[in-house]
Design a protein around this ligand. Structure first.
Ligand SMILES: Nc1nc2c(ncn2[C@@H]2O[C@H](COP(=O)(O)OP(=O)(O)O)[C@@H](O)[C@H]2O)c(=O)[nH]1
Ligand SMILES: [Mg+2]
Length: 219
């Protein structure tokens, strides 16, 4: 079925600071890994054209611009989001415990049927650095009906699988609903921004991606 031909799926990467959100976007979109600390500045989305079981799909992947540190993500940021990659860091129990905050935030701000995938990053780390067992991740994922992956940006483990699973779930849901809801939402977001000026997306200074190759690099 050609329903999703050349569709754009907007996905957000969420989770505490330092879990590796910026790294995963770079790893997936640019096939690069930065070992130094990346302070996220400005806003950012990157786009990646993927082949989803033979159908070309544009994934528009939004990275936070540090607002997660101050818990200031706004409803505007969630607008039009079809999928969320929710991340924690297996070396940080706090980031795992804060998943409940993020799940609540998603419930309050995102569309009720937004698709979620859970990713526990830095999985190449072993005890004593590792603070969260894989089973704990599996359990919370099961409770909230999310596919789950332990991933590593550093060693490029499971990253493609996590994003492809998210994209597939979005496609399933669109087919289930039998409608295209991306363009309307995207247009509305852009119109809001034009009307209200830069920053109206709740993200501060904003640079639209040029040439379809994504927004400004976030490091
Ligand atoms: N060991 C390890 N460190 C990682 C991995 N992914 C990211 N990091 C590190 O974690 C830190 C935070 O990453 P960053 O992407 O800036 O996190 P963000 O605040 O969620 O955007 C950086 O120092 C990265 O180098 C990983 O897979 N393994
Ligand atoms: Mg970041």
């Amino acid at each position: 079925m050609a329903l999703d031909f050349a569709a754009t799926y907007k996905v957000l990467v969420l989770g505490d600071s330092n879990v590796g959100k910026t790294c995963i976007v770079h790893r997936y979109c640019d096939e690069r890994y930065y070992d130094t600390y990346i302070s996220t500045i400005g806003i950012d989305f990157k786009q990646k054209l993927i082949n989803l079981d033979g159908v070309p799909i544009k994934l528009q992947i939004w990275d936070t611009a540090g607002q997660e540190r101050f818990r200031t993500l706004t409803t505007a940021y969630y607008r039009g989001a079809m999928g969320i990659l929710l991340m924690y860091d297996v070396t940080s129990l706090e980031s795992f415990n804060n998943l409940s905050y993020w799940l609540r935030n998603i419930q309050e701000n995102a569309a009720p049927d937004v698709v979620k995938v859970l990713a526990g990053n830095k999985c190449e780390c072993n005890p004593p650095q590792r603070a969260v067992d894989k089973e704990r991740g599996e359990k919370i994922a099961e409770n909230f009906d999310m596919p789950f992956f332990e991933v590593s940006c550093k060693q490029n483990i499971n990253i493609e699988d996590a994003f492809l699973t998210l994209a597939r779930k979005i496609r399933e849901q669109r087919e289930h609903r039998g409608e295209n809801f991306d363009d309307g939402d995207r247009q509305k977001g852009l119109q809001d921004m034009i009307k209200n000026g830069p920053g109206s997306n709740g993200l501060g200074p904003f640079t639209l991606g040029s040439g379809g190759d994504g927004g400004r690099c976030s490091c």
